[in-house]
Ligand binder design. Structure first.
Ligand SMILES: [Zn+2]
Length: 490
């Protein structure tokens, strides 16, 4: 079989909207509550209860759509998707089918070759989440937790435009970043608030029709996405090469076994017998409401990255790290701004940007997880900018700054106070440093002679002596400059 068969991937992402209450009732959406603590007749699916749409969820769904260039439709319809499963007490899920809220968007991905490709987004519709089955093998029983039932989701359906597992991962990372940046989703894969299913098929070179696809579920990390798609594409190749046919079905990624396993034969849409929910009127949004949602969109991550590179002198890689979470980019920008204002504008924006970017990445991010629900930083931008201003002014060395930062985080004291208490301030008085350097040079004619005979590395010994004399507080750059000057006999 021809190895140049093309892999075709489409993704369906379920992203939980950041609303305080569920999509059709007032129950809390807080994660981690005891099972069935956040329930009421509506989300338990009791007969006679009536759903009431959550306006905040509709607003967030529009915001997500506008951030990826979708068209928001002024009239859309909630429909019932009928199926039987223990986590679905009503016997149907309220979703959108024929008339979704948002259609026809796009998202750019970076290709492995370094280029860019536009991936189409078919639709973004609103739906409610199902409950969660908890299987206990010890007790040989399955329990159902309805806390998640009725939580507001958007499903973002891509076109089958992705051609490799690497592109699929890139698409998911970019999408997650955008949804977090616009405040729609918390991006938490572990808690299931950002989940993905992948439709995978392969086709012969030049073929225009899609091959039979399989749908992969249970891909709850970026690492699994790559592994599951690669495994599945290879399985399709092997089946077709062996003269077999791919069966359209839903398969689960089993990470322990490193393979996908059949789950159920794939239902067609007609099996769900969709029809408009008679309890819910169509969603009608005005042009003014759509415009208002567009008006509150913040700067998107791609634009932010370009600005960091152009205005703040960052490398693309550094800009990528600092825009990976809105809390982090906000912290970085506030630090740069405070640093510039502390130094009364006597620092170029690119220098302030690089200084803050380097220090934050090297020293502050050690314990920061961009995957956390509410990512937290160990200190405020104002506190950090005070430390960076001392560093920029040469009052403390880079090495001292690390120690001061640790103490700031431990004690919460401001940088200047710690520097004062510990008697740390770096000596940048050139006359004073020159005096010590002269003393050390004059006191060791042997090493001076060695240096002049070509043994350049004795400089290190001299620096060590000067640092000893000044208890480590001499500005190392100035010490080096003066030493070279004296040793060269200038
Ligand atoms: Zn409820």
């Amino acid at each position: 079989m021809n190895a140049s068969y093309e892999t075709v991937i489409g993704l369906e992402v379920h992203a939980q909207l950041r609303t305080h209450s569920k999509l059709f009732c007032g129950c809390s959406t807080q994660f981690g509550a005891p099972p069935n603590a956040h329930t009421c007749p509506t989300c338990l699916g009791l007969p006679g209860s009536l759903p009431v749409p959550n306006a905040a969820a509709i607003e967030l769904a529009m915001r997500a759509a506008l951030a990826v260039g979708c068209e928001v439709r002024e009239r859309s319809v909630f429909e019932r998707k009928n199926y039987f499963y223990p986590d679905l007490a009503k016997g149907y899920q309220i979703s959108q089918y024929a008339l979704p809220l948002n259609v026809a968007g796009k998202l750019e991905v970076e290709t492995e070759a370094g280029g860019r490709r536009v991936i189409g987004i078919t639709r973004i519709h609103l739906e409610e989440d199902a409950a969660k089955n908890l299987h206990s093998s010890a007790a040989a029983q399955t329990l159902v937790d309805f806390n998640r039932a009725g939580v507001a989701l958007i499903e973002i359906v891509s076109e089958p435009d992705l051609r490799s597992s690497a592109e699929a991962e890139q698409y998911l990372r970019n999408l997650r970043e955008i949804l977090m940046a616009v405040g729609v989703n918390d991006g938490n894969l572990e808690e299931g608030s950002f989940r993905c299913d992948a439709n995978v098929s392969i086709r012969a070179p030049g073929a225009t029709e899609l091959g039979t696809r399989t749908e992969l579920k249970n891909i709850n990390s970026f690492r699994f996405v790559r592994k599951a798609i690669d495994y599945e594409a290879a399985r399709h190749h092997a089946v077709i090469a062996g003269g077999g046919k791919i069966v359209q079905e839903t398969r689960l990624w089993d990470d322990a076994q490193g393979k996908t396993v059949p789950m159920r034969s794939k239902e067609e849409a007609m099996d769900y017998r969709y029809f408009p929910d008679p309890d819910l009127p169509p969603i009608v949004v005005s042009a003014a409401q759509i415009e208002a949602a567009a008006g509150v969109l913040p700067e998107l991550p791609a634009t932010k990255r370009a600005r960091y590179v152009a205005e703040l002198g960052l490398t693309a890689a550094d800009a990528g790290v600092l825009t990976s979470h809105p809390a982090l980019s906000g912290f970085f920008e506030a630090t740069v701004e405070e640093l510039s204002s502390r130094l009364g504008g006597r620092i170029e924006p690119a220098r302030a940007g690089k200084r803050a970017a380097n220090f934050i990445q090297a020293e502050v991010l050690r314990d920061f997880s961009a995957d956390g629900l509410e990512a937290s930083l160990p200190l405020s931008a104002a506190a950090l900018s005070e430390l960076l201003a001392l560093l920029e002014a040469g009052s403390i060395s880079g090495k001292m700054a690390k120690g001061v930062l640790a103490e700031m985080i431990a004690s919460g004291k401001p940088a200047a106070k710690i520097v004062e208490e510990q008697g740390l301030s770096q000596v940048s008085d050139s006359a004073l440093i020159e005096e010590v350097v002269r003393k050390v040079v004059d006191g060791s004619p042997d090493n001076v002679a060695a240096y002049r005979a070509g043994k350049q590395n004795v400089v290190g010994w001299f620096v060590g002596q000067v640092m000893k004399e000044t208890r480590g507080q001499a500005n190392p750059r100035m010490v080096n400059e003066l030493l070279r000057k004296l040793l060269e006999g200038e």
